[in-house]
Write a protein that binds this ligand. Structure first.
Ligand code: FAD
Length: 317
């Protein structure tokens, strides 16, 4: 079932959902199940599975020259989605990115999903390859998520590439990303919101936000979206902070701020356990407030580790 149908069937009740990462190449799928199992009692309506593009590594050849090799460390998004549906009978939302995909490869990926009966997709641009300073699209791919939304909409209308006849239409529910504290490359929040509106106008059915720790920023973001005519459901994304590294990594990598009172408490933490306990406590308050405000769903970034999310969900769902 589509994400937007789950939301409308819930009739105002806040749903629970979460995101997992494919395991590192060569690891068994059991690690995925181990992360999902403890969260099933909260009746997730959908599980998102991230997509990880290629990275470049350099290997020294026998002659001393360096060889540039492209590898994907976390393949398997589509297979994992199919396995989850099969094992848990829950809907999945595969992430699909522009980076590293030609339009034809995108079309083929969507055909695979359609054949598998997967009718949700979260469409994203993706980030730059780790060793490159800026995002570079595939020469025959998309530069922005909006264009990817457009391709999915065309397939939903039965228009495939290179064909001028109408073919078997797909029926994907399309999600896009939104950033309450602005995407790190955007000139300012206003321009970012205009680009978000363009994705919705192109056919996106709902928005999932980047993580945030300050609900006020989320509520302001929703108000600003509504004010410019973005009327689709906006799902807040939440991540419980888990260790001392997160304190500097999350603000830097995701362009987010910790609110003053949370930052003051984090500064007192000396161990990973202390950070994790505070992350759960903060997450419970955040999720309770979001639920009381009537958000359609709370979407948790688990990084495939379920303990903290479970502790929060137990108090909230
Ligand atoms: P876009 O919407 O294309 O926007 C990218 C930037 O370009 C923004 O700054 C925007 O303001 C600007 N922009 C948009 N259109 C234009 C235009 N026409 N002209 C000029 N500027 C423009 N990454 C992964 O690799 N795999 C994942 O599975 C994944 N999952 C994610 C899930 C969520 C919920 C979120 C929030 C992010 C996820 N990401 C993932 C990260 C995401 O790919 C990056 O944040 C990426 O840098 C931007 O993706 P986007 O889809 O928001 O891009």
């Amino acid at each position: 079932m589509k994400v937007i149908d789950h939301i409308s069937n819930a009739k105002g009740k806040t749903l629970f959902s979460f995101e997992i990462l494919p395991p590192l190449k060569g690891k068994s799928i059991q690690s995925i199940y181990d992360g999902i199992e403890p969260l099933m009692e909260f009746d997730p309506k959908f599980v998102n599975v991230t997509y990880h593009r290629e990275e470049y590594v350099y290997k020294t050849r026998e002659n001393g020259l360096l060889e540039k090799i492209s590898i994907r460390k976390r393949p398997g998004t589509v297979g994992i989605c199919a396995a989850i549906i099969n094992k848990y009978n829950v809907d999945t939302v595969p992430h699909l990115i522009c980076g590293g995909f030609s339009r034809e490869e995108t079309e083929n990926a969507l055909i695979d999903l359609h054949f598998l009966g997967i009718d949700n997709v979260l469409t994203l641009r993706g980030d730059a390859v780790k060793t490159e300073p800026n995002f570079r699209p595939d020469p025959s791919g998309h530069s922005f998520a909006k264009e990817l939304v457009g391709q999915v909409v065309e397939m939903n209308n039965g228009q495939y590439l290179m064909d001028d006849v109408s073919l078997d239409p797909t029926d994907f529910c399309i999600g896009v990303a939104g950033y309450p504290e602005k995407h790190f490359e955007a000139m300012n929040l206003t321009s970012d919101l205009m680009h978000l509106k363009a994705k919705v106008d192109a056919g996106a059915d709902y928005i999932v936000t980047q993580m945030f720790f300050d609900n006020k920023k989320f509520f302001e973001f929703v108000d600003k979206c509504r004010a410019i005519g973005i009327n689709v459901p906006i799902i807040p994304g939440m991540k419980p902070i888990k260790n001392l590294n997160h304190i500097s990594f999350l603000p830097k990598f995701f362009n987010i701020d910790f609110p003053e009172d949370f930052a003051a408490e984090l500064m007192k933490c000396k161990t990973n356990d202390a950070v994790e306990a505070l992350g759960v406590e903060w997450g419970i308050q955040q999720a309770k407030e979001l639920k009381a405000a009537g958000v359609p769903c709370i979407h948790f970034y688990t990084m495939s580790k379920s303990d903290s999310v479970r502790a929060i969900a137990k108090q909230v769902f």
